[in-house]
Design a protein. Structure first.
Length: 82
């Protein structure tokens, strides 16, 4: 499970054997969330979350949106399609 981004104590992970659509798993000490990236234009959208509160999720989606181009590129490295 390669970590493709880190911010605020969180790891953003893309599983090499995962399925479409392009998405990332955000893992932290208090929870985990999955965001559909909606590559290449975005915006990232929450699919599911365990343990994060609404404020934390808003901050996470903002950070993912800022890194969307990088995350979409990383997804394509593993999967060659969105």
């Amino acid at each position: 499970m390669p970590t493709v981004l880190r911010f605020d104590g969180l790891r953003v992970v893309i599983y090499p054997n995962d399925h479409r659509p392009a998405h990332v798993h955000v893992k932290g000490a208090v929870g985990e969330a999955v965001f559909i990236l909606n590559c290449p234009e975005g915006p990232p959208a929450l699919r599911e979350s365990y343990g994060f509160n609404t404020r934390e999720l808003s901050r996470i989606v903002s950070d993912l949106a800022s890194a969307l181009a990088t995350l979409c590129t990383e997804w394509r490295k593993f999967h060659d399609h969105y």
